[in-house]
Write a protein that binds this ligand. Structure first.
Ligand SMILES: [Fe+2]
Length: 294
């Protein structure tokens, strides 16, 4: 069984590379590690490769990378994938600080890149924007969330944390309640990308930066039901909703099967479950604005 340990970086195509770099450095608060005419790589202030950008005709998600166990042999992984009918290819020098990648396409057409060897891209970067701790999760619209959730569980070792009815699934690969989410929608495309912040004061500071940069906050602040994260949202220059969050539920011990108890949980203990669509978006806070929903 292949077991993803954490999400690495997301690679997006953008029609305006300079504008996208300006967003991720001056608003989001990543550090530009490298760029050329058609590509750019951005790291968190701790030096984690977080976002890769490629000049393209339209803004869209191209690839997601996941770290797997350093003891995994890519030849074995390729055979395991092949036994599931998935063809893969070994790539090298695809991104700074990352060694070989094993790449394959998931059922919704996004390339998944598995890696074992990586290095920090510097450390303690002074950043201009909000400065998240890490890339937290990527939420995508797909035609069949059940089928792709089955794929991520069967092929990459993900576990289901929660469903909202039968149209929105949250999947974890480590203690974080969710690292990938899938909502029913067509055509397949991005829904939002989320970055973890340190605490509520860090989110408040991000609100000041978003206001100064004239980026409208389009849903905030809320405490969600599934995952119980406190979140704010805005759109980046490529019209993608970006979430900044804190206090995501943690499954610290898979054998126990419940999320680490928190005083804001209504269920005691809080176990993976199916939420209803009316109560799940917010335990408190406003409903999303039309700009978030469009
Ligand atoms: Fe989210």
């Amino acid at each position: 069984m292949i077991k993803a340990s954490r999400i690495g970086h997301a690679t997006f195509a953008t029609p305006d590379l300079d504008r996208a770099i300006a967003y991720y450095t001056e608003v989001n608060g990543l550090a530009l590690n490298a760029r050329d005419k058609s590509r750019a790589f951005l790291a968190s202030k701790t030096g984690l490769l977080t976002i890769a950008l490629e000049q393209g005709n339209e803004a869209r998600l191209l690839r997601l990378s996941f770290e797997v166990s350093p003891h995994m042999d890519f030849a074995d992984v390729a055979r395991t994938l092949a036994s599931d009918g998935v063809s893969s290819e070994l790539r090298s020098d695809a991104a700074p600080g990352i060694g070989k990648l094993l790449a394959f396409t998931d059922p919704a057409g996004v390339t998944v890149e598995l890696f074992t060897d990586w290095t920090y891209l510097g450390s303690h970067h002074q950043v201009l924007g909000a400065g998240p701790l890490k890339l937290g999760h990527v939420a995508r619209l797909v035609e069949d969330p059940k089928a792709i959730a089955d794929f991520y569980c069967r092929v990459l070792g993900f576990r289901i944390s929660d469903w909202i009815e039968d149209y929105f699934v949250f999947l974890r690969c480590n203690p974080d309640h969710h690292t990938v989410n899938f909502l029913r929608g067509s055509p397949a495309r991005m829904h939002h990308i989320a970055f973890e912040m340190k605490d509520f004061a860090h989110i408040q500071n991000a609100c000041e930066i978003l206001a100064l940069r004239k980026k409208q906050i389009n849903w905030c602040p809320v405490r969600h039901g599934p995952g119980h994260n406190v979140a704010i949202y805005h759109r980046n220059f490529d019209d993608l909703n970006v979430e900044l969050y804190i206090e995501l539920d943690q499954m610290k011990d898979e054998a126990l099967g419940y999320f680490d108890p928190r005083p804001w949980h209504h269920d005691t203990p809080q176990r993976p479950k199916v939420w209803d669509r009316k109560t799940s978006p917010n335990l408190w806070g406003p409903l999303p604005t039309p700009d978030f929903l469009r």
